[in-house]
Design a protein around this ligand. Structure first.
Ligand SMILES: C[S@@+](CC[C@H](N)C(=O)[O-])C[C@H]1O[C@@H](n2cnc3c(N)ncnc32)[C@H](O)[C@@H]1O
Length: 293
């Protein structure tokens, strides 16, 4: 599908209408359907072959095109992983990618392609979308039944996917910076959301954060540092505490997603920041402590 846009000099250029918007408004998403509670989530449909009692262990919050999901799945074959993403096109791309990894006879998406939801045809997507399997484990050796992606506004519906203390790890990779003062409330790290993330994480579970935006990195760290239920982990602690698969995933998280690739292409010399927090029992007793322990 193509349309036309007028340039400043009055000439006309063709634009691709199916190109994904860079942002969706998380404060207006009333049409998205989510389960009414974690028990209402259709595990059988999303994770074929896994027992319905098995709960999701790893959540990729704002998963974009699902690069982390495909990367993680073979390394954590016994754990369920979910990507949660607000925008339609990245979700359909990630879902299609997962289906193709489960069933290679569907073919693989080529760099820069996606499936158009309505027509089912391949469409151009974005330069930086990783369309290849980034895992060093050969695809054919893994089933990819342990990974799924859903359309979800985490600001409103994260809690519908997770019971208290069920998560082993949450990932927030290259989140939108939302620079304007009025839009800071759209960031997916906030004290309120950290409460929800803390509720979902088991004690000793981990929150993994990465970004290429230094100011945002410090801003997020300030929020998590001041939250009573999270504590920074040193590199030595990470080596002791994270499983070898988690360590491997963390080592690579600034490489494997579409936004990681974009950051690498646009600002190859700039540092990418990453950090791990541990979910702890409240540093200080509060009137709400009983909800979290
Ligand atoms: C900059 S992209 C990064 C995507 C991916 N993590 C990566 O590294 O490539 C941030 C993603 O978060 C998604 N997002 C922003 N707010 C969200 C929300 N409230 N709920 C779910 N996803 C959200 C955006 O749609 C976008 O795809």
């Amino acid at each position: 599908m193509e349309g036309f846009a007028k340039k400043a000099d009055g000439s006309v250029r063709v634009v691709k209408k199916f190109r994904s918007r860079a942002h969706a408004n998380p404060l207006s998403d009333d049409h998205i359907k989510n389960p009414s509670s974690p028990d209402d989530f259709d595990y059988a449909a999303f994770y074929p072959g896994f027992s319905p009692e098995k709960r999701i262990a790893y959540f990729d919050i704002g998963s974009g095109y699902g690069g982390l999901l495909s990367f993680m799945a073979p390394h954590l074959p016994d754990d369920l992983i979910i990507g949660m993403e607000l925008r339609v096109q990245p979700v359909s791309y990630a879902q299609e990618q997962i289906l193709r990894q489960r069933n290679p006879s569907r073919g693989s998406l080529l760099e820069g392609e996606k499936m158009d939801e309505e027509s089912g045809k391949r469409r151009f997507l974005e330069k930086d979308t990783p369309a290849v399997d980034l895992s060093p484990i050969p695809v054919e050796k893994h089933h990819f039944n342990n990974v799924a992606c859903v359309r979800c506004n985490v600001m409103k519906a994260f809690h519908r996917y997770s019971h208290k203390g069920q998560a082993k790890g949450l990932f927030i990779l290259f989140p939108d910076p939302h620079w304007k003062k009025a839009n800071i409330r759209r960031r997916i790290v906030s004290q309120t959301l950290l409460d929800v993330y803390a509720y979902s994480l088991k004690i000793g579970g981990h929150l993994f954060i990465a970004t290429d935006v230094e100011d945002l990195f410090h801003w997020m760290c300030d929020h998590v540092d001041t939250h009573p239920l999270f504590e920074r982990m040193s590199e030595a602690d990470q080596e002791k505490e994270l499983t070898s698969a988690e360590q491997f995933v963390f080592k690579n998280i600034t490489e494997v997603t579409a936004d990681a690739t974009r950051a690498q292409r646009k600002k190859p010399t700039e540092k990418r920041h990453k950090i791990v927090y541990r979910r702890i029992i409240a540093k200080k007793e509060t009137e709400f402590s009983r909800f979290f322990e």
